[in-house]
Design a protein around this ligand. Structure first.
Ligand code: SF4
Length: 170
């Protein structure tokens, strides 16, 4: 079990620790440094990482081999945030991938299309976030805190507006 995980996450780079909600935000250069030395069995954790891990989690990585201590995730060729592996649990069954557990349609059948099918999810997300249906023409959509797929579910369930919508006076 690795003590820490370094990973690209959208436009940032994070160091995470299993079972901890806290993270260390690092720059691209420091992520590249970790990626470059993680396969070197003689390399030890750099001082900046030792200090940051001590401050964030109270753990001592001084003198530890980085190959034993850190899992450094490769950048995704599809632009996805691989840190989400550590942050999100329980997504996409039977190989059906969707943008999230609320916006489940459209789905991409990964068993049929392979990993390349994930590239279709960006367009799916853009389409799902359009303020259509019950949110069509809403003048408050610019400051809406409810994502459109979730609002759609509330509207279909005829939930009280106070639960999800600014028109409910919340
Ligand atoms: S404020 Fe209500 S109607 Fe307007 S976009 Fe948000 S959920 Fe839809």
């Amino acid at each position: 079990m690795h003590k820490i995980i370094a990973s690209p996450f959208l436009t940032d780079y994070l160091v995470l620790r299993p079972d901890s909600r806290q993270a260390i935000k690092i720059g691209k250069n420091r992520y590249a440094e970790l990626l470059g030395v993680v396969s070197d069995s003689a390399a030890i954790c750099p001082t900046w990482l030792v200090n940051a891990a001590s401050q964030r989690w109270g753990i001592d990585l001084s003198g530890e081999k980085i190959s034993d201590t850190a899992l450094v995730r490769q950048p995704s060729p599809y632009g996805f945030g691989r840190a989400s592996y550590e942050l999100n649990l329980g997504c996409d069954p039977h190989g059906m991938a969707s943008i999230c557990k609320v916006g489940r349609d459209p789905k991409v059948p990964l068993m049929d299309e392979g990993i390349g099918g994930l590239t279709r999810l960006g367009d799916a997300a853009d389409a799902l976030m359009l303020r259509t249906g019950g949110c069509s023409g809403c003048a408050l959509s610019g400051s809406c805190w409810t994502c459109r797929p979730l609002a759609k579910l509330y509207q279909e369930a005829k939930a009280p507006l106070t639960r999800y919508c600014q028109h409910g006076g919340r």
